[in-house]
Design a protein. Structure first.
Length: 262
């Protein structure tokens, strides 16, 4: 399954402009044969927009979800995007996956909030494993800081996630996460991980780009630089099955020894 990673900070504060950026990227991704386009954390509105987050937050089935369903349908590919989700008076940092038919497949709320900025504006989610099926591939969803907790990713591995989709807003000086941690997570859990970042200066944050799609062998199939770009790579179910057969990590686990972790 060809997967497109949209490394962009869009136009912070403007939902209308970010939908245009997403539409244009979907056209380019589809023309290159992609079946899935992934946008970064909080792509719909921008990340470093402070008190504008709550007014711009929308329900999972809101107007922007309808607009992105239209983008997905017109271009014939699924779209995963980060956005602030409103549920009553509560706002979550969320990612939603919409199919190429415009159907809302899954919605995940970030479970581990990073720093005072996020804790001031969001409520943490409480569902660690959110999945959907797409073209025979089991897609798992999480957001940014979530992937830095090994328990989170291992839960996805045990639930059969093939491709873990991780929109992120990863900033300086933590670029080692994209460079080293994500490929290791993919290897130790025997899955593909698509880690899709913002890039450039935004408010007080400097986003470092380096979006990657890492395979179950720990090798990056695609790696963006530190500029806005669209990169593509393939998720190969046959390679994943062979890798899982050869790698003993999940089979050699001894869960009875790990009770102290919880």
């Amino acid at each position: 399954m060809r997967t497109a990673l949209l490394q962009s900070s869009g136009r912070p504060g403007s939902v209308v402009e970010n939908l245009k950026v997403l539409d244009e990227a979907a056209g380019r991704a589809a023309a290159a044969g992609a079946r899935l386009l992934i946008a970064p954390e909080m792509f719909l509105t921008g990340y470093a927009i402070g008190d504008a987050i709550a007014p711009l937050a929308e329900p999972a089935d809101g107007d922007s979800a309808d607009a992105i369903a239209d983008i997905a349908s017109r271009h014939g590919l699924a779209v995963a995007y980060g956005y602030p989700e409103r549920d009553g008076e509560t706002v979550f940092n969320a990612v939603q996956l919409i199919s190429a038919d415009g159907i809302r497949l899954a919605n995940c709320r970030k479970t581990h909030l990073f720093g005072c900025f996020e804790r001031d504006h969001f409520t943490p989610g409480d569902q660690p494993v959110v999945q959907a099926e797409l073209d025979g591939v089991r897609i798992g969803l999480m957001i940014c800081y979530d992937v830095e907790f090994p328990e989170n990713v291992r839960a996805h591995a045990l639930a059969g996630t093939d491709l873990l989709v991780v929109p992120t807003a990863q900033m300086h000086p933590f670029q080692f996460v994209a460079e080293s941690l994500v490929p290791v997570r993919a290897f130790e859990n025997q899955m593909y991980i698509a880690y899709v970042n913002r890039v450039g200066q935004e408010g007080e944050f400097e986003f470092v780009g380096l979006s990657t799609l890492a395979g179950p062998d720990g090798v990056a199939r695609a790696r963006a630089a530190r500029v806005e770009e669209l990169v593509l790579a393939d998720v190969d179910p046959a390679h994943l099955a062979a890798s899982r057969e050869a790698n003993p990590y999940l089979k050699d686990r001894r869960p009875g020894l790990y009770g102290s972790l919880v």
